[in-house]
Write a protein that binds this ligand. Structure first.
Ligand SMILES: C[S@@+](CC[C@H](N)C(=O)[O-])C[C@H]1O[C@@H](n2cnc3c(N)ncnc32)[C@H](O)[C@@H]1O
Ligand code: SF4
Ligand code: SF4
Length: 354
């Protein structure tokens, strides 16, 4: 779509969606993840008191809330009481987890209350899971999902609606049909999502689908047919490579309206126009959310989202899973970047020790 200046003024009155990252920690270090290569300056998390004072009032006005982006929401110390409070509001809620910390207390508070839950699994045998996720945890995830489903059945609810997410790196694609079987086994209504793989350093570079588009296309087509035969949904985040190339040709990303619809807030209160942006537009602990939403800093950012002649740096190289161009190196190979998603690249010594 061509740049059209009329779009820049069409913001909602208040954010419709909010991404509120509860914690900046993770219990795992999946080798493919940004966390194995980048780190936050300080891993903050939201307390129940902070949630109550700064975010609870907004819950009555938004329509949907996401509780993760780049870390593990279940590592938040106050996850259970915060989520219990969120459940008092009539909003759609969602988060993604590795599923290891889906404890009895967490299951108790989310079953019947959380709308969507994504469980991320790459590697569907104990050995391949350990290789991909860096931890021997597949049996634990299976056990937690069995317990979650048993509680859903006991409470007579379909919530949380489950989805299995698996990373679209070339060396994991041969297990895509196993991902479909896994989703089927655990009644994942939303089936399987294959994520848009981004290489975090040189060691992962060769696993980008652009290096073997024929294999990517053949394997995903076969898995799509298999999923259809099993009546399981299979969604490719990037779309097929050719369609993605066409859709992103002009801007480098798909036409994006995210900063007109919602905002992203980190545990230190910093507010961003979208999960990817590193340009802070205010702080929710220092300023009311509505003021930040209608403020000049966000307006200036919006003005440069879809404008090819004057584009925000983060939009130009957008890595957002649903928006970026699969075929451009700038959006899928991050090995040249010193920072990513507001995280700093660890120095070599820290990486070797960690
Ligand atoms: C960063 S995690 C955060 C939430 C939670 N910890 C989890 O794993 O679901 C969000 C999603 O990003 C995916 N992911 C991690 N590293 C990736 C990469 N390099 N390329 C594509 N997807 C990736 C994960 O598999 C997960 O589904
Ligand atoms: S993908 Fe999720 S579980 Fe794995 S290290 Fe990253 S944040 Fe943690
Ligand atoms: S960085 Fe990506 S997701 Fe964020 S506003 Fe720009 S294009 Fe949209």
């Amino acid at each position: 779509m061509k740049y059209d200046a009329t779009h820049v003024s069409e913001a909602e009155e208040f954010p419709v969606t909010m991404t509120l990252e509860l914690s900046e920690k993770c219990n795992l270090r999946c080798p493919f993840c940004h966390l194995s290569v980048f780190e936050p300056e300080k891993p903050n998390q939201i307390s129940l008191e902070q949630f109550e004072e700064h975010f609870a009032p907004a819950m009555a006005r938004i329509k949907s809330l996401t509780l993760h982006y780049k870390f593990e929401p279940l590592t938040c110390r106050d996850f259970v009481p915060i989520f219990r409070r969120i459940s008092e509001f009539d909003i759609e809620t969602y988060f993604s987890t590795n599923g290891i910390l889906l404890t009895e207390k967490a299951r108790d508070v989310i079953v019947g209350n959380l709308t969507y839950l994504t469980v991320s699994v790459t590697g569907f045998t104990p050995e391949s899971y350990k290789k991909q996720m860096g931890y021997d945890g597949l049996e634990k995830v299976r056990k937690n999902l069995r317990a979650l489903n048993a509680l859903k059945k006991e409470r007579g609810t379909r919530y949380p609606i489950l989805r299995i997410s698996t990373v679209g790196k070339l060396d994991a694609l041969d297990e895509l049909k196993s991902a479909v079987d896994f989703a089927d086994e655990f009644d994942a209504e939303e089936g399987v999502q294959l994520t848009f793989f981004r290489a975090m350093d040189e060691s992962m570079e060769s696993e980008r689908p652009v290096h073997d588009p024929e294999f990517f296309t053949a394997t995903t087509n076969e898995a799509l047919a298999y999923a259809e035969s099993r009546k399981v949904k299979l969604f490719l985040q990037s779309g097929d490579l050719e369609a993605n190339r066409k859709e992103t040709e002009e801007l480098g990303h798909k036409y994006c309206r995210i900063p007109w619809n919602g905002m992203t807030i980190q545990p230190d209160g910093d507010v961003f126009p979208c999960p990817v942006a590193h340009t802070s537009v205010g702080n929710a602990y220092e300023q009311p959310i509505e003021e930040i939403w209608s403020g000049e800093r966000l307006a200036h950012f919006r003005d440069r989202v879809n404008n090819p002649d004057d584009m925000n740096e983060e939009c130009r190289t957008c890595h957002h899973c649903r928006v970026g161009s699969v075929v451009r190196t700038e959006t899928t190979d991050l090995s040249y970047k010193d920072s990513f998603l507001r995280l700093k690249r660890k120095d070599e010594n820290v990486r070797r020790a960690g």
